[in-house]
Design a protein around this ligand. Sequence first.
Ligand code: SAM
Length: 247
Amino acid sequence: STFGFRDVEAGEKVRLVRGVFDSVASSYDLMNDLMSGGVHRLWKDAAAARLNPRPGEVILDVAGGTGDMARRYSKMARAAQQRRGGEDARVIVLDYNAEMILAGVAKGGEPEMTWTVGDAMALPLPDASVDAYSISFGIRNVADISQALAEARRVLKPGGRFLCLEFSRPTTGALRKAYDAWSFNAIPRIGGWVAGDRDSYQYLVESIRRFPEQATFKAMIETAGFSRVSVTNLSGGIAAIHHGWAI
Ligand code: SAM
């Protein structure tokens, strides 16, 4: 295709995930707020601060959905530019679901932002072409996580930053218990009421459970060739930021 990404229809996981997001794209933002009690906004603020977008940078937000992270990056880069000058940043939102991209365009972008349909496992970008790569609540849905990490490494310039914000493992037993009750019982029910789609939210909860915990995922990022990989737990490890450097 013109974007140069592979046929992503192969594989059951891909079809399932796409079905989930097709059915929820419109009520997606509301569901995020309900599921996390609004806390996902604070997690996203923390992740954006960690990425530290700078003027003149090319920032790629993969599985960018409706552009939540990209809007933050654009505003932060522009604020820094107003303080100390420099070129405009470029923030690319990439998502393989055109419905999410369209919902994001409808919400409105920032001047730095461009929208692209493409696959995390075969990024339609040249080697060493971006300063920062981010993926927020997206990587656990990708059919081949190692392949997505390899692609992240490929498109980053030397010295570039990798950032992943994702659900992870609560660090204490008590919190894990409360969280299990909330996610296994409440989230599918809320998904049924709000999005009329209990099964999709059941699938989301299970995908969180299957995703590797902090240390395992850190090791995967290191295996992909990133250096100085660090983990920051958010809300006691309900979510985590993984950050690394392409050296
Ligand atoms: N990053 C946004 C956020 O934090 O609000 C959206 C997260 S949403 C839970 C997950 C997104 O990942 C969906 O928009 C979905 O289309 C996208 N996605 C899943 N697998 C993908 C892949 N292989 N390549 C690109 N996007 C993918």
